[in-house]
Design a protein around this ligand. Structure first.
Ligand code: 5GP
Length: 114
């Protein structure tokens, strides 16, 4: 069995996170190294590696995650827009192998990313 990712440890309560939202399918918590005044990670409780690892069986879960983004944004009082990022794989800059959506807000964000 492969080792638990840091996010699986957060789901299982092995390590603490500053949780902002939770339901049966997903969990949102503040990033430990924020890249904007608001930087929250939204993750499925199911162990999925990244967007490329999603299958047709995950259709409802993927939809639920996207719909939950705005719920989290409203809960955080974000009123001036935000960015949603899903880094995928090596070139995508993914460092934790558990699907996560970064929700970034609180300052104007530049484009393109580095
Ligand atoms: P990635 O680079 O995979 O897209 O994003 C992983 C994110 O997880 C990074 O922004 C990193 O700061 C965050 N992160 C890594 N370890 C922890 C942790 O133990 N707790 C929290 N809250 N965030 C973490």
């Amino acid at each position: 069995m492969s080792a638990k990712t840091i996010f699986k440890k957060i789901i299982d309560g092995d390590i603490k996170a500053n949780v902002v939202y939770e339901d049966d399918l997903c969990l949102a918590f503040h990033d430990v190294s924020p890249q904007a005044p608001i930087h929250v990670l939204l993750i499925p409780k199911k162990e999925v590696v990244n967007v490329a690892d999603l299958t047709a069986q995950d259709e409802a879960l993927a939809g639920h995650l996207l719909l939950t983004v705005n719920k989290v944004a409203e809960k955080l009082g974000i009123s001036n827009g935000y960015r949603v990022v899903a880094n995928c794989g090596l070139d995508g800059g993914q460092s934790v192998d558990h699907l996560h959506l970064h929700i970034l807000a609180g300052r104007p964000l530049t484009w393109p990313p580095g």
